[in-house]
Design a protein around this ligand. Structure first.
Ligand code: GDD
Ligand code: MN
Length: 375
């Protein structure tokens, strides 16, 4: 006989909340954070999920050590990947809890807000509850003026993609109905730090939100990972939300770098041909190689940052394939422009532009597959 399956409909839920904690080099903060969650969430049924990007300091080990004596502590260790937003998304999709909260692993967020967040979501009138530094009662702690100004600028920019009137869309501290995250996950850009903004802007209908004030604490252990690259990723994410449907981010970056390459070409040509007095042909060859190499490294560092080629071998292989692809692209560019010009003699500028566009698309499509798609 087949045993009766467990009927779960009237079993009281044993899990109310998952606290997702993205970490990179936060080893020293792990035990303190769990102790603080244990206090703040006393009487609630919760689990903590560390999503660690293989931190060299052994954060994941520290979390697993706790997990062996406290089954509420879980760990996802991601290998070969980085990114705060994508870590949060993975953590949020790895729980059965109906509500998830995201909190930094460095103790800068105020975990005592969690029960109130949970209560609000359980009452059913909200989709997301956000810890805000900018509603009355909240604050940025002892941030320097520079960071306050940058954060204010980022918040202002976000208004362009965000319809909701939120005081702190940059917040990395919030709780949300897990179901909402799962339904939005496929349309998230997952770039950079701004997971909340990503969720709010991905939703086809406005999410019902509440904001609770808190004061951003000072970091005492470890260091911040917010740097220029993160700032750039933020701009990329905004671009993606505004124009990504029309021109993909990567293609836009690839093209911008291409335009920059033309500048490099002209500068090197001037220096070599005029400055050093070489023949025009030699000048052109040197300028072309310089522009090509510059474009290769810039695309490697920026456009394909997530699949960056590293080490001599990969870089040499990549450079060669990039050079071959771009040479074919240049031939296609000239050929198509000449063909169009033959048909319509008066439209020389348009012919040239179409040639450039076809060359750019060719270079982009092939290099993304063969130069940066192999490892
Ligand atoms: N898994 C993973 N991968 N975690 C990361 C990564 C990453 O690439 N980068 C950072 N983290 C973790 C950190 O270890 C920390 O627990 C948390 O994400 C926040 O990173 P910080 O480097 O401390 O960021 P912050 O304090 O400058 O920025 C915070 O405040 C901003 C508000 O201005 C974050 O909460 C931001 O999300 C928030 O927007
Ligand atoms: Mn921090």
């Amino acid at each position: 006989m087949i045993p009766a399956l467990l009927d779960v409909s009237d079993v009281p839920a044993l899990l109310e909340l998952a606290v997702v904690i993205p970490t990179f080099n936060e080893k020293a903060n792990v035990p303190t954070l769990i102790a603080k969650l244990d206090q703040a969430l006393a009487g609630r049924r919760w689990e903590a999920i560390f999503v660690d990007d293989d931190s060299p300091d052994g954060t994941a080990d520290a979390a697993r050590e706790l997990g062996r004596i406290d089954t509420r502590v879980r760990v996802i260790q991601r290998i070969g990947r980085r990114g705060l937003s994508s870590a949060c998304i993975e953590g949020m999709c790895a729980t059965a809890a109906p509500v998830v909260a995201v909190i930094d692993g460095d103790l800068q967020h105020d975990e005592t807000l969690l029960p109130a967040m949970l209560d609000l979501l359980q009452a059913g009138d909200h989709d997301v509850v956000i810890g805000s530094r900018f509603v009355s009662g909240g604050g940025t702690g002892d941030w320097d003026r520079d960071r306050v100004a940058k954060s204010a600028l980022a918040t202002r920019l976000s208004r362009r993609v965000l319809k909701a009137d939120l005081s702190d869309p940059m917040s990395g501290f919030f709780a949300i109905r897990t179901e909402v995250v799962r339904s939005l996950a496929p349309s998230l850009s997952a770039i950079g730090f701004k997971i909340l903004l990503d969720l709010l802007t991905a939703s086809p209908h406005p999410l019902r939100f509440a904001e609770l004030p808190y004061t951003f604490r000072v970091r005492t252990e470890g260091e911040s990972k917010l740097d220029h690259v993160v700032a750039m990723e933020y701009l990329i994410a905004l671009y993606d939300r505004m124009f990504g449907r029309f021109v993909p981010v990567r293609f836009a970056m690839f093209s911008a770098i291409g335009v920059f390459g033309v500048g490099i070409h002209m500068a090197v040509l001037t220096a070599v041909f005029i400055g050093l007095g070489t023949s025009f042909l030699v000048g052109q060859i040197i300028a072309t190689l310089a522009a090509l190499t510059m474009n290769f490294f810039l695309n490697n560092a920026l456009t394909y940052r997530d699949r960056r080629l590293k080490g001599w071998r990969q870089l040499a292989d990549g450079w060669v394939s990039f050079a071959v692809i771009c040479s074919v692209g240049a031939v296609a560019n000239v050929g198509i422009a000449a063909f169009l010009h033959d048909m319509r003699n008066d439209a020389w500028a348009a012919s040239a532009l179409v040639g450039v566009l076809v060359g750019a698309v060719w270079n982009y499509a092939l290099s993304s597959k063969f130069t940066w798609g192999r490892y």
